[in-house]
Design a protein around this ligand. Structure first.
Ligand SMILES: NC(=O)c1ccc[n+]([C@@H]2O[C@H](COP(=O)([O-])OP(=O)(O)OC[C@H]3O[C@@H](n4cnc5c(N)ncnc54)[C@H](OP(=O)(O)O)[C@@H]3O)[C@@H](O)[C@H]2O)c1
Length: 241
């Protein structure tokens, strides 16, 4: 691989916003590892991109499985020795699953959205540190903004996804903590909201296309050395926590 070509890893990338992030990063010349917990779905998503001439490699990754995360970190260490960009994209909401109790919804959301992010960040941080310009982008949501939650004029004021919002508030808190802890290693960590997007997660009710949601994520993945860290933002700028 070209020494100057950056290497990115995107979790939950076989569909939705994750796949759009992979596509946009690869079109900007980044070599992208397309993480998918189902190998066949990852291959199916990656094949058209490779046929387009893009530098994309599907890789198996279940962020709820420590062995899966560790195996991928070892593979990246062996094959590349470094990682430049980590996009913690994989995420779920169980708030509308009727057969689950609130505790079960929270537990499921925490395992993917929060513990999954910790597993990934802890495993990949040593590889990102070797980059000298490591970037982590955590997919968050404006639904986790306490400021917006208290604003009755906010268009999504009536959206009720309590366990999802709480899990993304934890993502925001971890973003601030990791931004501080990893700063000395040249790693920038930001939490980004892609906006209300038409994907399976929203039953395709979102008003934006995955490519629109991916654009601001890609901007933060490719931040220059003068870019911010520890922020919560969308395409319009910083979001009040
Ligand atoms: N859509 C929106 O309006 C919106 C708004 C704000 C924030 N976000 C955030 O943006 C991110 C992407 O959302 P999306 O709308 O693109 O969702 P999506 O279409 O439902 O895609 C979610 C992806 O995460 C993967 N995933 C789920 N559990 C996983 C696990 N244990 N390990 C690895 N991958 C796993 C899914 O894989 P499978 O295909 O195998 O299930 C899928 O590839 C999420 O973090 C979401 O919370 C979305």
């Amino acid at each position: 691989m070209d020494q100057e070509k950056r290497l990115a890893l995107v979790s939950g990338a076989n569909r939705g916003i994750g796949l759009a992030i992979v596509t946009a990063l690869a079109r900007k010349g980044v070599h992208v590892l397309l993480g998918s917990r189902d190998v066949a779905r990852g291959e199916a998503a990656g094949t058209p991109l490779v046929a387009e001439g893009l530098s994309v490699t599907p890789v198996p990754l279940d962020i709820t499985d420590q062995d899966s995360v560790a195996a991928l970190a070892e593979r990246i260490e062996r094959d590349f020795g470094v990682l430049d960009i980590l996009v913690n994209n994989a995420g779920i909401s169980l708030d509308f699953v009727p057969d689950l109790s609130p505790v079960e919804r929270m537990r499921g959301a925490l395992d993917v959205n929060v513990l999954g992010l910790i597993r990934m960040t802890e495993a990949m941080a040593p590889l990102l540190a070797k980059s000298g310009r490591g970037r982590i982008v955590n997919l968050s949501s404006e639904l986790a903004s306490f400021a917006r939650r208290h604003d009755p004029t906010w268009p999504y004021f009536e959206f009720r996804l309590p366990t999802y919002a709480a899990s993304k508030a934890a993502v925001n808190a971890l973003t601030v903590a990791y931004a501080r802890d990893l700063k000395g290693q040249g790693i920038k960590v930001n939490a980004i909201c892609p906006g209300y997007t038409a994907t399976e997660a929203t039953n395709f009710a979102g008003t934006r296309q995955p490519e629109q949601g991916a654009a601001v994520v890609v901007d933060f993945a490719l931040l220059g050395d003068d870019g911010p860290t520890g922020t919560f933002a969308n395409e319009d700028g910083e979001i009040h926590w």
